[in-house]
Design a protein around this ligand. Sequence first.
Ligand code: URA
Length: 423
Amino acid sequence: MNILEIIAKKRDGKELSKEEIEYFVKEYTNGNIADYQASALVMAIYINGMNEREATDLSIAMAYSGDVLDLSRLGSNIVDKHSTGGVGDKVSIILLPIIASLGIPVAKMSGRGLGFTGGTVDKMESIPGYRTNIQVDEFISNVEKVGISMIGQTMNLAPADKKLYALRDTISCVESIPLIASSIMSKKIASGANKIVLDVTVGKGAFMKTQEEAHKLAELMIKIGNLAGKEVVCVFTKMDEPLGNSVGNTLEVIEAVNFLKGYMPKDLKDVVFELGAQMIKLAGFGDDIENNKAKMQENISNGKAYEKLIQMVQNQGGDISYLNDTNKFEKAKYIIPVESKTSGIIKEINAEEVGKVACFLGAGRLKKEDKIDNSAGIILNKKVGDYVEEKEVIAYINTNYEEKIEYAKSKILEIWKIIKNVY
Ligand code: URA
């Protein structure tokens, strides 16, 4: 078997065998297949697709490219959550401490930013000192000690996905149903939970733009999960405009902290509560969705959820004084208001476009080795449905580069679609 034959087979639209998929995953992880060859194969998969069997084999091969955790010592119902990606999606940072505060163990491995979407690991790393790169034993003992740990893919968990994920990001091969499904499910299989809630985002700021595509992705992930012995629930959430009021790493951590202190933008709250209620149900802590939401609200109101975030961050070396006083976070050198040119109602804010502007400002990566600028991003002062006066601020640009301001401003004025008021 050799990689040239495998690339040619997929290039010609043929089905890959289990052995061929395993060979590719093993040899690419070990560094015996070059990035340019892996890129060719990934592009061929992107164009010609994979059937269910191939996607399942790819997920399992990637999951077993490193350690597969056994979390049974934490209990019999370990619930995990993953999103298929979005803009302004800080849900995990809010939701998981709430879940842990209810006594449900949370062991979460998150990803980095991908394409125009942000990644939870990048966001968590904007908290000074917070370590996302820890060993398996410490990960599990953190969950035992404080009930929650959120880490990156930096341990030896699904290393094949880590490599392929970063590669896909730089060759425009993210939006593919078999590649997304196998990427997510490989991580979920490797990280050991037996019950998984998947947030399948749909819309302009998601990889799946239509309900039909989102359903196909969900079905495939459920099948892969079931074959691996996991119980999987998919929740479909809208991702047309960015979620909440900020896009960018530090900005989103600040928004997450504020949420747990009771300031909850409605769109963000709806997603957090829907996913959380399903997680609580899967964990066997209550079948009534509305009742589960009430339990979540109670732990936000009494401060227990925020306290759980603090415990987790402190336990992983993070400086909690930044969370207790978010003014301590380093701000971008330039914070520039963008004023509306007209009055009217905001009709549309395309989340993908906002994500791209945030990346341009430094909040995401254009190349694999790019460093993220934590303070960069966009604050959404007006959202869809809001009324805006002429000259009123619709957004704030946060950047450390003066030369980026004018372009970002012009894009924001284009992206915030305003219709004149009709009386
Ligand atoms: N999230 C992942 O973990 N992988 C993808 O491919 C897309 C979103």
